[in-house]
Design a protein around this ligand. Structure first.
Ligand code: 5RP
Length: 229
């Protein structure tokens, strides 16, 4: 039924749900790995688990409704106990590149507000240094060409994201620039440089956010804890 990658993603998702308990408010990340988590969570809820979810994208909201997960908007939430999200790339310090699906802004807002963040991935996403995956940067549409030039001056090769030959528009009405910087020695410094550029809303660098990384394998998982954070 599953291919190897889906199996790894699902195993990671299943392991993450063991950290969910009654009464929790859970940040629901975005992407195909999170899809498995939402499906499993739907089953747990059917069997009596009581939690509330905060979605990080329209797609996640749609999936959560499909599996009858009670939802609450961020505006009405007092605290988020735990957020479970995917990533496109993870380095040895558990820093992340996210935004492959274009949901980085809401993911970062929800993750930042959470007491704890668990990241679920398949094995191929772990690399000693970030940078194989082009870094998604969300920018406002106004003057995006100029913002792109600023980013190129910082050393990035920049491509405006398109989908079906149309400019890709985020849930927030913005554009995504996919930026290739090569191997990232200092992701935190790059994030700060990019954030200072006019027109940049947010970057896909998630530095010092991960508490636990769950790497899905064929028939097991590996859990890495961030002991520095
Ligand atoms: C979306 C994200 C996702 O977490 C990331 O793209 C991983 O997706 P998938 O689980 O489908 O590989 O950051 O903005």
């Amino acid at each position: 039924l599953f291919n190897q990658i889906d199996l790894e993603k699902r195993n990671a998702a299943l392991a993450a749900t063991e950290f969910i308990h009654n009464g929790m408010t859970i940040g629901l990340g975005s992407g195909t790995t999170v899809y498995w988590m939402i499906e499993i969570l739907g089953n747990l809820i059917k069997n009596g688990l009581e939690i509330t979810g905060v979605p990080t994208s329209r797609k996640t909201e749609e999936w959560a409704r499909k599996f009858a997960i009670p939802l609450i908007s961020l505006a009405k939430v007092d605290e988020i106990h735990l957020t479970i999200d995917g990533a496109n790339e993870v380095d040895g310090n558990l820093n992340l590149i996210k935004g492959g699906g274009g949901s980085l802004v809401r993911e970062k807002i929800v993750g930042h507000f959470s007491h704890e963040n668990i990241i679920i991935i398949n094995q191929a996403k772990i690399h000693p240094e970030l940078g194989s995956f082009p870094l998604p940067v969300e920018v406002v549409p106004f003057g995006w060409e100029l913002t792109s030039k600023y980013i190129q001056r910082l050393g990035g090769r920049v491509v405006l994201r398109k989908k079906h030959h149309q400019i890709f528009v985020t849930d927030n009405g913005n554009y995504i620039l996919d930026c290739q910087f090569g191997s990232l020695k200092n992701p935190g410094a790059l994030h700060h440089e990019l954030k200072l550029l006019p027109g940049v809303v947010e970057t896909g660098l998630f530095v010092d956010l991960t508490d636990k990384l769950i790497i899905g394998k064929n028939d097991s998982v590996e859990i890495m804890e961030n002991i520095i954070k």
